[in-house]
Design a protein around this ligand. Structure first.
Ligand code: GTP
Ligand code: MG
Length: 452
């Protein structure tokens, strides 16, 4: 139902992987090289995202890219901090990211959060490439700053190259164990069938031109149709995080993936209890090139179009949920938009049983991922909610019929201060972790030990 206002939007690229494998460094390098290419003005820093335009990508990729091969405007990168679940990134029941970069430390190979990311990529059908990072740590490495990886390999000793290859084939084997046929990206003929592995270093920048080239190529070839949007249409987005901001109260860091959102717009946002209907008071963007995590000063903008990251300030947002939909009400009845948001939330609603464990998670997406994993493990759920662990949750967990179900499984959540004292005398067990399968494994071990 797109009109002739159709334009191609920027593909959304999620960068994910295990803690410390180099996600943020990779983005810093992409930003940094972009600046050194003299294109500083062209990069736009968003809330939780960085927009790199095609011109800049093409300068960085040098001989690898001919910009006239592309008509997508560039790439919008989203960093996912190690403690933050990639599963937050959902949109219209699917994945918010159009494409993903799975960062794997060449020395460490697959780690728990790598496995978790792979599971979610598989479930959401998100195309991805693997960035085999930190090639510069190979003993005897001869760094070739910012060069394409083949150039860099030519400069390496046979010994260094074969040591790197050993690690790369280890990763390719791990991908195969996870059910993905993969190869070094220059050997991949069909990127829909095979996962491309790009050896690179976020530290020296070698191989980064290759990564950008592969990402542009993949987006252009396989996603062009999905990128066609009505730039004047009602904005649609996903809440990444709910944050208190001085002078603004509760705000939502949002990725807009369709249409445009304007100051003063009425929006509907998924909330803890019911959809929140409110009016945009301010649309905030970080000042140019400042790091979002340390950014304190924002710039007010009148409107922002997809794809983009923006902080939305509006009344009543304290009940908003990470992972929930955001919809602009424009040209159609408010009731319809509320119904749409409700329908989307209902999709994520977890099936609960008469008896079972209590589940708490940081975002809607991670709650859904927890529910899926528990269903597979045949662990019933009594109650599942987004949010930190409160005294009420402890009380609910204690009401479970079977003793083994008197438990709270908390994923990426904290124990609220007033719940701490209650926990001491509580007739239930608390499990928390930042890795879903670890959390479930701990619970299962506990159940097994009880039965002995
Ligand atoms: P979380 O956000 O905590 O999950 O970590 P991350 O994946 O963003 O990792 P980050 O970029 O913070 O890097 C972790 C550490 O690895 C830092 O000390 C980096 O300097 C180092 N590092 C990242 N990439 C490279 C690389 O290519 N080579 C070398 N030698 N070190 C790297
Ligand atoms: Mg990071």
């Amino acid at each position: 139902d797109h009109t002739n206002a159709d334009t191609l939007r920027t593909p959304i690229v999620a960068v994910l992987g295990h803690v410390d494998h180099g996600k943020t460094s990779l983005l810093d390098t992409i930003r940094g090289s972009a600046v050194s290419e003299g294109e500083a003005g062209a990069i736009t820093q968003h809330i939780g995202a960085t927009d790199i335009p095609l011109d800049t990508i093409s300068e960085m990729a040098g001989e690898l890219i001919d910009p006239s091969d592309f008509d997508l405007p560039g790439l919008l990168f989203i960093d996912t901090p190690g403690h933050h679940s990639f599963s937050t990134l959902r949109a219209r029941g699917g994945a918010l990211a159009d494409i993903a970069v799975l960062v794997v430390d060449v020395n460490d190979g697959f780690q728990p959060q790598t496995e978790e990311a792979i599971d979610i990529l598989r479930r959401t059908g998100t195309p991805f490439v693997v960035a085999a990072n930190k090639v510069d740590t190979t003993p005897g490495w001869n760094p070739q700053d910012g060069q394409p990886i083949q150039r860099s390999l030519e400069a390496q000793s046979e010994r260094a190259e074969s040591m790197l290859n050993e690690n790369l084939y280890e990763i390719i084997g791990q991908l195969s164990d996870a059910g993905f046929s993969a190869d070094l990206y220059w050997r991949v003929q069909d990127f829909q069938k095979n996962i491309g592995v790009v050896p690179l270093s976020a530290l020296t920048g070698e191989g980064v031109p290759d990564l950008l080239t592969v990402l542009m190529g993949l987006s252009q070839r396989f996603m062009k149709e999905e990128m066609a949007i009505d730039v004047q249409g009602a904005g649609e987005g996903t809440v990444l995080e709910v944050k208190d901001e001085r002078g603004f109260g509760a705000t939502i860091d949002t990725v807009v993936y369709d249409g445009v959102i304007r100051n003063g717009d009425t929006i509907v946002v998924g909330g803890q209890n019911e959809p929140i209907v409110t009016e945009v008071r301010a649309l905030l963007r970080p000042r140019a090139l400042e790091e979002i995590r340390t950014e304190k000063k924002f710039e007010k903008v009148a409107e922002i179009g997809a794809a983009a990251g923006v902080k939305i300030a509006a009344p009543e947002l304290d009940q908003a949920m990470a992972g929930a939909p955001v919809r602009v009400v424009r040209d159609r009845p408010l009731e319809d938009v509320i119904a749409e948001v409700k329908a989307e939330l209902a999709e994520i609603e977890v099936d609960t049983a008469e008896d079972g464990v209590v589940v708490k998670a940081d975002t809607l997406g991670s709650l859904e991922a927890m529910a899926n994993a528990l269903r597979e493990a045949e662990v019933p759920i009594l109650r599942a909610e987004v949010g930190d662990i409160a005294p009420r949750d402890i009380a609910v967990a204690e009401t479970a019929n079977q003793d083994e179900h008197k438990a709270i499984l908390g994923f990426n959540v904290d124990l609220l201060a007033n719940a701490e004292s209650e926990l001491e005398n509580a007739d239930m067990k608390l499990f928390t972790d930042e890795v879903i399968y670890q959390l479930i494994e701990d619970y299962e071990t506990y159940v097994e030990e009880r039965e002995r």
